[in-house]
Design a protein around this ligand. Structure first.
Ligand SMILES: [Zn+2]
Length: 131
């Protein structure tokens, strides 16, 4: 399923410590700390691990939750969802379908029309501005 496979050593060398902690160790950055929380410039959000296109700025909205939030992925195939039962909660984890990197979680309290809130770590994303 996952197209980009690298050893832990390779990921460690290519990613920043924060990107590695989030993408490979399923870490979560502190709320309101990520630089993309309040970025609303047009463009594409790519995976910080492999460059795959994950989200479009059109779907980004200010959820107030402290992390970048999107109402839908750029493409349904771009992300993978898995049930996450850590920390005594049942949540839906969102992963990059291309490299398996952890992105964040999706919650059913988003805006219309999807009703979904993709709550994504800034460290997992790379914003590419539109020309
Ligand atoms: Zn990826």
């Amino acid at each position: 399923m996952v197209k980009v496979e690298k050893t832990e050593q390779e990921w460690r060398e290519e990613l920043t410590p924060e990107e590695y902690r989030v993408l490979r160790n399923k870490g979560t950055e502190a709320p309101f700390s990520g630089e993309y929380d309040h970025v609303f410039e047009p463009g594409t959000y790519r995976c910080a691990g492999c460059g795959a296109e994950l989200f479009d700025s059109d779907a980004k909205y200010d959820s107030g939750c402290g992390w970048p939030a999107f109402s839908a992925p750029a493409d349904g195939d771009a992300i993978q969802e898995e049930t996450d039962t850590t920390f005594g909660m049942t949540r839906t984890e969102v992963l990059c379908a291309n490299c398996g990197g952890h992105l964040g979680h999706v919650f059913p309290d988003g805006p219309h029309p999807t009703g979904l809130r993709y709550c994504i770590n800034t460290a997992a994303l790379q914003h590419e501005k539109e020309d």
